[in-house]
Write a protein that binds this ligand. Sequence first.
Ligand code: SAH
Ligand code: CA
Length: 211
Amino acid sequence: MKFLPDEIEHYAAKYSAPEREVLAKLNRETHLKIMLPQMLSGHIQGNFLQMMSYMIRPLHVLEIGTYTGYSAICLAQGLKENGKLFTIDINAELEDMCRAYFKEAQLNDKIDYRIGHALDIIPTIREKFDLVFIDADKINYSKYYDLVFDQVNAGGFIIADNVLWSGKVCQDKKDKDTAALHAYNEKIQADKRVENYLVPIRDGLMVARKL
Ligand code: SAH
Ligand code: CA
């Protein structure tokens, strides 16, 4: 899931804004209590997402794949005054924890959190987005992209996480998830409607800007 040597990772963390208390607590609790804690964005990627949010100053953000709410809290930081972040997760077991942390981060009135399959929920949200973060089941990344594309404002961003999939996208033999992520990268690269950069932070972020 990460490519940098620990030493470099620690150095980068040391020379970055420290993880805010609420995020550090959420990070710890996720590692203690929840399955697959490596799915949480974490300090470095969280800082990056937060910085993107401050740079974009979005009115509406859509996140697909909330997990324990770490990236949602980061992405909500740069929202405009009356902005909103919509976030979707299929796993209802994480609901109480997410809601508690959104409250603690004083974001419960800015985050619209919905439980269900993203393919069912996305069509029920009619807003236009300045930023979309795709981070749910890898097999459906291309479907999510197609589904949200018309709702993204010109100049808006679609960011997809884990597009390097621990480097497996470069190997010849690809399992289902790897093939789906590789297909996503190919699709974005071929799509003339966006300009894109694959940023090799953590497990790889495909950043696409709608022209
Ligand atoms: N964005 C989070 C991590 C997300 S992990 C962070 O960076 O901290 C991926 C999440 O996608 C899991 O919580 C999983 O429950 C959710 N997920 C998987 N399939 C989904 C689907 N079809 N619809 C919505 N959420 C889904
Ligand atoms: Ca992820």
